[in-house]
Design a protein around this ligand. Sequence first.
Ligand SMILES: NC(=O)c1ccc[n+]([C@@H]2O[C@H](COP(=O)([O-])OP(=O)(O)OC[C@H]3O[C@@H](n4cnc5c(N)ncnc54)[C@H](OP(=O)(O)O)[C@@H]3O)[C@@H](O)[C@H]2O)c1
Length: 356
Amino acid sequence: MDDFNVADDRDQVKRLCFEGAWAWFLEICFWCCVIAFVMYLLRRVFEGPFYRRANRIDGKVVIVTGCNTGIGKETALELARRGARLYMACRDAARCEAARLEIIERTQNPNVFNRTLDLASLASVRQFAERFLAEEDRLDILINNAGVMATPRKLTVDGFEQQLGINHLGHFLLTNLLLDRLKKSAPSRIVVVSSAAYMFGRINKNDLNSEKKYWPFFGAYAQSKLANILFTRKLAELLKDTNVTANCLHPGIVRTELMRYNNCLCFLKTIFHLITRSPKAGAQTTLYLALDPKFDALSGGYYEYMLRLPLLPWARNKQMANWLWEESEKMVGLKHNDDESKLTNITTVQVIKDEQ
Ligand SMILES: NC(=O)c1ccc[n+]([C@@H]2O[C@H](COP(=O)([O-])OP(=O)(O)OC[C@H]3O[C@@H](n4cnc5c(N)ncnc54)[C@H](OP(=O)(O)O)[C@@H]3O)[C@@H](O)[C@H]2O)c1
């Protein structure tokens, strides 16, 4: 009789816990927790490492292009927090002002300035550089961050395909105009935000401006990001022995407004949301290259997740880098007085063994 009762009780307990609505509820809760935990782990992995050194850059003069939103804004915020004298170089003065006020409020650093720079206009680049050079005696860090991706084919004010024009040519001119100030302020640095999309890119010597054929992402965007890398590497070689370093990076796949021009990529946003990095996480490699003291001496590298990565052969092609440099000079109308010394540098560059 006792045995019968015990079995009966056990059955009842079993029924209470694992049958009916309770059983479903518990099972759903269990799997939700498992999924949430796995997603948390995945998110942590995709967010990647953060720059943890506490070094400050009080009073150092920094320019960040395109920093009213996205990766640039997070970069600017952190640099202001660390005491930079920060020039926000943005095309939309109103959006820049809103971001500037937010950065000042969050960092309590009043030395944050709103300056207009439209990389799609060479005149605007020149005006920005002229004003900056008149305002500041030094420039410690230049961060070429601004960019557009997979836009419909449109020309810049000066008639360049806009991804090439904004992502590469505008920054090419800006950097060259500020180079003497960077040299004067050495040790100083240039950080270029490129992209792993360079892997799909080729420099189209016969159609740099994508006039014959326009492929928004795999063509023009990828070409412009490859140009960023070739430019950085060429710059690093030209700046050898000047204590000005130049490095570039891929920020990861980051949830920003970069896809705003491309509706067909927008459906990917939902999927991407799970596996992409926050803008704060996306800014970490830029911050690493801008802040870590070791980059006073390291130059010419390509970084992702705060690691130096090897480049594919077409991003290491020195002849192509030389060709692109000279072509870019012609396109932006840069006149060098020191053509001879430039040629000497180029010859030296060609005999230096590539380290990657
Ligand atoms: N997000 C990613 O997954 C990813 C991946 C690889 C590389 N990147 C690179 O990261 C950089 C930052 O992009 P993001 O993701 O932060 O994109 P974002 O949120 O769209 O920010 C781009 C910034 O560039 C500015 N900009 C665009 N055209 C400009 C022009 N003509 N003159 C001056 N500024 C201009 C934008 O200003 P407005 O707001 O006024 O347009 C904005 O401030 C880009 O170089 C991009 O190629 C991003």
